[in-house]
Design a protein around this ligand. Structure first.
Ligand SMILES: C[S@@+](CC[C@H](N)C(=O)[O-])C[C@H]1O[C@@H](n2cnc3c(N)ncnc32)[C@H](O)[C@@H]1O
Length: 266
């Protein structure tokens, strides 16, 4: 995954479309945010940069946990930023500034606020084209004793859906999630930039009543482009085949979500 083609327009549009439904469906992402928040409790940072803030759930926790911090939170999708602005309207711009920006191409305005003593991101970096390069930039805007803490989905995410699709279609179908960085790759690329890091893995199994419910949960959380080829799930017959494959192989519509939590402390 170190460098891979990503269609930023598609990612931006999919997440913008999902902004209204995101929180109702994003239970797994919420677990990730809670874990990240627990990791920084009691640290009292003063200048925080959050990448991929979505609807601002983690941003709100950051504000509560760090009552004196200036927080800059960015997201690629305008509708997500708007949601976050609504949630955090009680804070002035000095305290929390929410901007539409690409975490792989930080605008001057954000670079100029450096150094940050915390750079944090939940469930976003799997959408980056070149995570190592982005971390290289973050290392230049992180203070000398700063922390970078993030979560990222791993390649075992949705592996059961991948298997069911491949077997039902009898040909190669690649889910985007299969290209997400694995533990070794992630450790290597973060270590190359920062010298050392800690990587923890969390596996979450989630069961859905139907395949449609699983696919809806992906769509309504912004993962509208999970497949390289997806004619199969466009027809009722195709869906039934995939569902049958799921039930035969796994006994239920059950999928794994693999999340890595990475901590870098300078
Ligand atoms: C799975 S959501 C996570 C949102 C939030 N952190 C949470 O945990 O609920 C991923 C978010 O990353 C944003 N995103 C994707 N690529 C991005 C990029 N290159 N720069 C900034 N944000 C990005 C999406 O718009 C989306 O809001």
């Amino acid at each position: 995954m170190i460098t891979r083609p990503v269609d930023k327009e598609k990612i931006k549009n999919a997440f913008s479309k999902a902004a209204a439904t995101y929180e109702e469906w994003a239970n797994v992402q919420n677990i990730s945010e809670e874990r990240l928040a627990a990791k920084i409790e009691g640290r009292n940072y003063s200048n925080i940069l959050e990448i991929g803030c979505g609807t601002g759930r983690l941003t709100a926790r950051l504000a509560t946990l760090n009552p004196k911090a200036k927080i800059t939170a960015i997201d690629l999708a305008p509708a997500m930023v708007k949601k976050a602005q609504g949630r955090l309207a009680a804070y002035d711009d000095e305290r929390i500034s929410l901007l539409k920006a690409d975490g792989e191409n930080l605008p001057e305005k954000i670079l100029n606020k450096a150094p940050y003593d915390l750079i944090i991101s939940s469930a976003t970096f799997q959408w980056f084209a070149d995570l190592k390069k982005a971390l290289g930039v973050y290392s230049t805007i992180l203070s000398q004793k700063g922390d970078i803490i993030f979560s990222v989905f791993g390649p075992s995410t949705l592996k059961e859906l991948q298997t069911a699709l491949v077997n039902a279609a009898d040909r190669k179908t690649a889910l985007i999630s299969s290209l997400f960085p694995g533990k070794e790759e992630l450790t290597a690329l973060v270590t190359a930039v920062f010298g050392a890091c800690q990587v923890e893995e969390l596996l979450i199994k989630k069961e859905y009543d139907t395949l449609i419910e699983l696919l809806s949960s992906l769509k309504y959380t912004g993962v509208a482009v999970p497949l390289k080829r997806r004619p199969l799930i466009r027809s009722r017959k195709g869906l039934a085949r995939v569902e049958q494959e799921f039930l035969q192989r796994f006994g239920a519509i059950k999928v794994t979500y693999q999340i890595f939590f990475v901590t870098v402390s300078r």
